[in-house]
Design a protein around this ligand. Sequence first.
Ligand SMILES: Nc1ncnc2c1ncn2[C@@H]1O[C@H](COP(=O)(O)OP(=O)(O)OP(=O)(O)O)[C@@H](O)[C@H]1O
Length: 254
Amino acid sequence: MSKKEYKLEAKELNAYYGGFHALKGINIAMEEKTVTAFIGPSGCGKSTFLRTFNRMNDYIEGFRVEGEILLDSRDIYDKKVRVDELRKEVGMVFQKPNPFPKSIFENVVYGLKIQGIKKKSVLEEAAERTLRQAALWDEVKDKLQKSALALSGGQQQRLCIARALASQPSVLLMDEPASALDPISTAKVEELIYELKKEYTIVIVTHNMQQAGRVSDYTAFFYIGELVEYSKTKAMFTSPKDTRTQNYITGRFG
Ligand SMILES: Nc1ncnc2c1ncn2[C@@H]1O[C@H](COP(=O)(O)OP(=O)(O)OP(=O)(O)O)[C@@H](O)[C@H]1O
């Protein structure tokens, strides 16, 4: 009998900022082409955990992990893993849209150029494909050479999503991707997440419970560094098992 393969897994994961124990014995397994929402009160470790999946915390002095993070059953903290390759496979979108002060086109193809891809037709094809995927193509196709900074916040965030998709990742990590956006732009990003999960495995940190309910298949509730509860989103919101989860989702704290 073959063992079920997950896209992403954490096994007995502990994380520390120096002497501070930020993540405590986390176990989770996420299926391919699903959306998982991380929820929980401020400071409970959601972003720290999200960033372990592409080793974004490596830059922080004193940060270390124990346990395993598996991508397609391979340990991404193994010494043989090339972090630049990992980050191509596991793309990331941040809370505040952070386009470079360059043209729309240059933003999307930035990662490809760093990889040494120079051919114009390849770059143009990639730009169109990812801008279409990010539901931005129709709005920018006539001004690709204009500055990305002239776009609205919502457009900038979709541009950052296009930029993350250009290196053809299989996983997309999103750290509160809509919290700086207006309601219409938020709705667009949520629709986009729904479309993108046909091709990508998505993990999203959100403070917005309605958003978790709308976009995610599974929800993980964190509390002071622990993963308290992890289940199908519908089940978590209708019948949470732990009283801490119940208190949080009914707005009693956080
Ligand atoms: N660079 C750092 N150095 C030291 N401690 C940190 C660092 N980053 C985060 N922490 C601590 O780790 C804990 C978890 O932080 P994290 O940002 O992961 O929480 P979070 O749940 O994402 O919070 P929020 O919802 O406010 O963004 C917090 O106590 C925080 O103070």
